[in-house]
Design a protein around this ligand. Structure first.
Ligand SMILES: CC(=O)SCCNC(=O)CCNC(=O)[C@H](O)C(C)(C)COP(=O)(O)OP(=O)(O)OC[C@H]1O[C@@H](n2cnc3c(N)ncnc32)[C@H](O)[C@@H]1OP(=O)(O)O
Ligand SMILES: CC(C)C(=O)C(=O)O
Length: 545
């Protein structure tokens, strides 16, 4: 990242709520040094309660340069690292334990002189905290780690107000989380002047257990954890701070970090680091709140129904209790609509969910089963995910009039029976199951696919009247089932619409469904019956040929 990108990243971390941010390795390059200077010298970039952390190896020349980069800062955590494991001491440094301690002591003495003991009052105005990392702590004998930390503490002389940070890393993760936790517990129990020590963890993910290791280490006594958003870092990365924070959140502990718009955090990190966040990353992945399989979709649909019913009954928000979804996606600024994804392994619940999203209708159970068969054949044939657009297309093609939206009512005369319901009441009256609107005759003119047609029919009530009117157009069929439903998108959706579901069959062919949706119950019934009759006739024609 260049300076501008680093600045944006820094500001994003601030807005999420982080208070200790490692911003640079000033001795590594001019870019790192200048970025540190830019943060410190640009007024207003660093809030008063935020600590800048800067990092250096245990080398005098590089430490001097690092401290120089911090001139004028209010609060600095100076982070020095030196490996303590046998493997690194032998192979990389060729130093004994005593030589390693001696090097550390020399460097900490130098740091004291250049910071809190400096003769320059301006340097002493900075609040200095020393952080020391015995690198490869997990692979270091815990006795030696303690010995070097005790020695460093004695040289630095921390206070309770400005504790020394001992940052104990699994630099390369080489053991199970419980083993690491035992090492941390031992360290916490044996380090002296514990109230002047902040025990910090720094976990890498080589065994894929960085989160578990950090959490167990914290339970074992650690006070602080270092990590990166989405686990970026060398090799398999550092511990993922997003997961750590939201794991706390889901246990009812406020992590003090705001991920209420997690998608924007993903976008920021992906843009600046050019490293994508995995689709299945905990909490933040694109698929985290998507379910592809039928039984999961069914359970979640029931979960939402249950939650909504409880909320309606009690008039207040309910505790999150949802199969398969560990937290409410809304808490992360994510949407419920994204939850159901349908493919060839989905069942009727997921498909019904999408139909509800697209048309706002609850299909009768038998129609759900019939439509699921159609969708699954399509999903298997194409091998693709079923999107709302595909659902809309399949549903219309199979159950609705072609271009049903173009079906225009030209004229309609209605005669009513003795109960004398006024005609404008008829249009707004809706029943949830069977509709019994007392219409006994109907003259309908309509335009379908650009062709003007008209028909008339009579019966005992709306449904039989419409069925007869459609039969007058030359269709032969018998009505088997019929349901009507109110379709209301929102409180403002007035007048509401009616969905009509009919199932018909003929002597030769198996049953077929038709669906109509219109603000007039008469017209939605007409659409449903005409749509099903037309489809049945088309199937018969195919059957004959
Ligand atoms: C576990 C971690 O992630 S620690 C963080 C690591 N981060 C970085 O290294 C980023 C910045 N690093 C750099 O810019 C450079 O490596 C520098 C400036 C630190 C050193 O650069 P150079 O002097 O050119 O050496 P180089 O990059 O080859 O590093 C290896 C040298 O550093 C020494 N070294 C490695 N770690 C440390 C340490 N913690 N303390 C002191 N010396 C160290 C090695 O022993 C080796 O010394 P040698 O040349 O005498 O054998
Ligand atoms: C320098 C330290 C903190 C480190 O990155 C590690 O040991 O993993």
């Amino acid at each position: 990242m260049d300076g501008d990108a680093k600045l944006r990243y820094f500001q994003s971390l601030l807005s999420l709520g982080y208070k200790e941010i490692e911003v640079s390795y000033p001795s590594a390059s001019q870019t790192e040094y200048e970025f540190t200077r830019r943060l410190i010298t640009t007024p207003g970039l660093i809030p008063d309660d935020v600590w800048l952390q800067i990092m250096a190896p245990c080398r005098e020349d590089l430490i001097k340069r690092t401290i120089d980069s911090a001139r004028g800062a209010k609060k600095i955590i100076l982070h020095i690292h030196l490996s303590t494991s046998d493997c690194f001491r032998d192979i990389v440094f060729n130093m004994s334990e005593q030589e390693t301690i001696d090097l550390a002591v020399r460097c900490i003495r130098l740091i004291r002189e250049l910071t809190k003991d400096s003769p320059d009052p301006d340097v002493r105005k900075t609040e200095w905290i020393l952080e020391f990392t015995p690198e490869n702590f997990q692979d270091t004998s815990v006795e030696f780690a303690l010995e070097i930390c005790e020695t460093i503490k004695a040289v630095w002389q921390p206070t309770e107000q400005h504790k020394i940070i001992f940052n104990l890393p699994s630099t390369v993760e080489v053991a199970m989380p419980n083993t690491f936790a035992d090492q941390i517990e031992f360290f916490c129990d044996h380090i002296t002047e514990r109230s002047k020590v902040c025990v910090s963890l720094h976990n890498h993910n080589d065994r894929g257990t960085a989160v578990a290791t950090a959490e167990l280490g914290q339970l074992a006594g650690a006070d602080r954890i270092e990590g990166c958003l989405f686990g970026n870092g060398e090799r398999t990365g550092n511990v993922d701070l997003v997961t750590l924070a939201l794991n706390l959140y889901t246990q009812g502990v406020n992590p003090g970090i705001d991920f209420s718009n997690v998608n924007s955090v993903v976008a920021m990190v992906e843009e600046l680091t050019k490293i994508p966040v995995h689709f299945r990353a905990p909490y933040a992945g694109k698929y985290t709140f998507c379910t592809f399989t039928g039984t999961h979709q069914d359970a979640i649909r029931k979960g939402y129904k249950n939650l909504n019913a409880l909320q309606k009954r009690t008039g207040r928000a309910q505790k999150w209790r949802m199969p398969y979804l560990p937290m409410d996606p809304m808490d992360l600024g994510r949407k419920h609509e994204a939850i159901i994804r349908v493919n060839s392994q989905s069942g009727k619940s997921g498909i019904a969910w999408l139909v509800k999203e697209v048309f706002n209708i609850d299909m009768p159970r038998e129609l759900e089963i019939a439509f699921t068969r159609i969708v699954k054949v399509h999903a298997t044939d194409t091998g693709l995910e079923i999107t709302p657009e595909v659902i809309e297309n399949l549903f219309q093609t199979n159950y609705m009039l072609p271009n049903y939206a173009d079906l225009e009512l030209v004229t309609r005369t209605i005669s009513e029976d003795e109960s004398n319901v006024k005609s404008n009441e008829v249009d707004t009256k809706v029943a949830n199951e069977q509709i019994h609107i007392p219409i006994t005759s109907l003259n309908a003119s309509f335009v379908l696919n650009g062709v003007q047609r008209s028909t008339c029919g009579s019966g005992n009530e709306l449904l039989s009247t419409v069925v007869n009117a459609v039969k007058q157009l030359g269709f032969e069929f018998e009505l088997i089932d019929h349901k009507t439903q109110l379709v209301q998108n929102s409180d403002f959706d007035y007048p509401s619409r009616t969905a009509c579901f009919v199932k018909i069959h003929s002597e030769k062919l198996s049953p077929i469904w038709g669906v109509g949706i219109h603000k007039s119950p008469i017209w939605s019934t007409f659409q449903a019956v005409l749509g099903a009759a037309g489809k049945l006739a088309a199937n018969e024609a195919v059957d004959r040929s």
